[in-house]
Design a protein around this ligand. Structure first.
Ligand code: ARG
Length: 463
């Protein structure tokens, strides 16, 4: 920027001393909020169009400002814009440059608005598209998961509780559990769109304005449903930020859970999946190693995301109304969180494309731990007219016997089983078949093959 009187902070008429460079560095947010330049320019153009429509500024001034803003947008997008820390943020940097391009008439742009409503308008517009982008990535991830689930409807694995073999399940069903989670995440981001639907522009610093502005007009033109209803609440409110951060936290928690499961399944103790070389890294000392680093990153990143939610909650705690500089950090927190989540979704998708379930080992593992014990208890209830509690006790006795004799349940002979329940017939032996076990869970939402197929088709249509 050349030597001109605009090469100073806007408030130098009032505040004579120069702010120390330390403070400028500390207080400036330009390196963070320059990311909002497009939203800022769009909102400014709509703002001056409204000012003209309401006869607050002239046609000529409006056109000059729109022209200048267009030029600035091009400069920024082509990396030809010089950002200055001393102008604090994106709003002042753009305004300053506007003065250079169109001269003193740039001074009309800030009529009937403040940076307080300006920044919130930009931020909400940004968050709207960021949420759409997150949902696009969630869709992609769900599509990948659905494909793998579809191929694995009949792949049998142990379902765990307490990480101990519980009951046999289909691997496809297991994966569909994550589709449920990611679909809820998507809905959560869609819900937040509602709180993003109120436009802050025009509440000015905190009171509203005495200019005859048209807030409905600016709200509609900027893609909001309506203007916000209370000027003081508007500039103080960061609930939509918390909602976004919470949604990101829940989504990254889901990512960390599947990451952890895959780490366990890939571990040498389990070895029921194999990660392809694309998604593992080596060790600097142990030549044999193939480590699931990416999955560990995914598991760990949720820590940062939760931390960001708590940072924002803490900033807001006890903060009086209305605007305080404390709030400026909201953007850094949100941008960082958003970037982590987008990367995590992409990386998880990549990992899912690059792993293989080992069907044989899954089945082998599912055959351990007396996994069909509950099926046997259910069989006794259905075929021998006893209560579930009695059946539970008889089955536990059979499990004790098998364990003592180092046998699995399906190694037991009918004679051995009859020692506990004399009325048993050879029919009972069918309950130890894992395929039968999985396919018998036909209750809605259960792991029977047809159920899974239907759910997969349902989601394939939905996404
Ligand atoms: N960069 C500021 C922020 O994001 C803009 C609002 C400044 N308002 C003020 N009253 N100092 O919070």
């Amino acid at each position: 920027m050349g030597k001109n009187k605009n090469n100073k902070a806007i408030w130098t008429t009032r505040i004579k001393g120069n702010s120390s460079s330390l403070f400028q560095r500390f207080g400036s947010s330009i390196n963070i909020d320059k990311r909002l330049y497009k939203e800022d320019i769009t909102a400014s153009i709509i703002h001056v169009e409204m000012l003209f429509k309401q006869k607050i500024i002239s046609f000529k001034i409006k056109n000059k400002i729109v022209y200048g803003l267009g030029k600035i947008e091009k400069e920024i997008s082509k990396n030809k814009f010089q950002f200055y820390q001393k102008y604090e943020d994106i709003h002042m940097n753009i305004e300053k440059r506007l003065f250079e391009i169109i001269g003193e008439e740039a001074g009309y742009i800030h009529t009937a608005r403040s940076r307080n409503d300006q920044v919130l308008t930009d931020f909400k517009i940004w968050m709207r598209s960021a949420s759409k982008e997150i949902n696009k990535n969630l869709d992609k991830l769900m599509k990948t998961t659905l494909k793998i689930a579809d191929k694995n409807i009949k792949t049998i694995m142990p379902g765990f509780t307490h990480l101990k073999n519980a009951q046999a399940v289909s691997f496809g069903h297991y994966l569909m559990a994550y589709v449920e989670m990611f679909y809820r995440d998507k809905k959560r981001f869609l819900n937040n769109m509602n709180s993003l639907n109120e436009c802050p522009l025009g509440v000015s610093a905190l009171t509203g304005t005495s200019f005859n502005i048209d807030r409905e007009y600016t709200a509609k033109k900027l893609g909001f449903k309506n203007p916000t209803k209370n000027s003081i609440d508007t500039v103080s409110d960061r609930d939509f930020v918390l909602d976004f951060l919470y949604n990101c936290s829940v989504c990254s928690m889901h990512i960390s859970r599947i990451a952890e499961e895959m780490i366990i399944w890939n571990s040498d103790g389990y070895k029921i999946i194999k990660l392809s070389d694309k998604v593992v890294t080596g060790s600097s000392i142990m030549p044999q190693k193939k480590n699931p680093d990416h999955l560990e990153f995914l598991r760990g990143k949720s820590g940062q995301v939760y931390g960001n939610l708590f940072s924002m909650l803490t900033i807001l705690k006890g903060l009086p109304l209305s605007y305080f500089k404390d709030l400026q950090d909201d953007k850094e927190i949100v941008f960082r969180t958003n970037d982590i989540l987008i990367n995590s979704l992409k990386i998880l998708n990549e990992v899912l494309i690059n792993f293989h379930p080992d069907h044989k080992k899954m089945l082998k593992l599912a055959k351990t731990g007396f996994i069909t014990a509950t099926d046997l208890a259910d069989y006794l209830v259905k075929n021998h007219s006893i209560s579930f509690r009695d059946a539970y006790k008889k089955t536990a006795t059979i499990v004790n016997y098998a364990e003592k004799n180092k046998k699995d349940l399906d190694d037991l002979t009918l004679q051995e089983l009859r020692k506990v329940e004399p009325k048993l017939t050879s029919e009972v032996l069918k309950v130890f078949n894992l395929n039968n076990s999985v396919n018998s869970k036909k209750s809605y939402g259960g792991t029977a093959f047809d159920n899974i197929k239907k759910m997969i088709r349902k989601y394939q249509k939905l996404i």
